[in-house]
Unconditional design. Structure first.
Length: 188
């Protein structure tokens, strides 16, 4: 648990130079909510296709296997946002379910339930709603993550860390879609 929190805290320190696209919109002892959004240089269909392929943009440092290539997302109700964990000599050692898909409107909304990172070890539930909307020739991608329940660490202390890691993943998705913050297109 402490190791996972240290990894998340380290990632937050690295993100301090990123543009402010994130906000913890509510926080209490019972839970928190965060909102992140970005405008990308892609049509909604392209943004959707990329968003449903986390192995192409997720930061492997925020995975159990250390490699985002092991992450999959089955974008249908009941589908799994899962990660294969390789064993010795490349054989399978296990799998973890990061989140479960609970709502899909293809091309516009994907909602998943589960606790990301260190939240998985706590008695909390989280709901991540990912939306894509056309904005001229671009797409606005919004992620809202709402978490509630019981934790051994005060929620208000963890909320900004979780928000920053979620923001990092959204920024990596935006970069995958060709958006950078200096205006020059670049792909991962």
């Amino acid at each position: 648990m402490k190791h996972a929190l240290l990894i998340w805290a380290g990632a937050c320190a690295l993100l301090s130079g990123q543009p402010a696209l994130a906000e913890v919109t509510a926080s209490s002892d019972a839970g928190f909510a965060s909102h992140n959004e970005v405008l990308v240089d892609a049509a909604p269909a392209e943004a959707w296709a990329a968003m449903t392929q986390p192995s192409q943009w997720w930061n492997g440092a925020h995975s159990y296997s250390g490699d985002a290539a092991n992450m999959t997302l089955d974008a249908r109700a009941g589908g799994c946002f899962c990660e294969a964990i390789p064993g010795a000599n490349g054989g399978p050692a296990g799998q973890t379910e990061h989140m479960r898909v609970i709502y899909v409107a293809p091309g516009s909304t994907l909602r998943l339930a589960g606790g990301l990172g260190p939240l998985q070890a706590e008695a909390v539930t989280g709901v991540l709603t990912m939306t894509i909307a056309a904005d001229g020739e671009k797409s606005k991608i919004s992620w809202d993550y709402v978490v509630g329940g019981y934790m051994r660490m005060p929620m208000a202390e963890l909320a900004p860390l979780v928000d920053q890691v979620v923001r990092e993943q959204l920024l990596r998705l935006a970069t995958r879609l060709g958006t950078t913050w200096d205006g020059a297109p670049r792909r991962l």
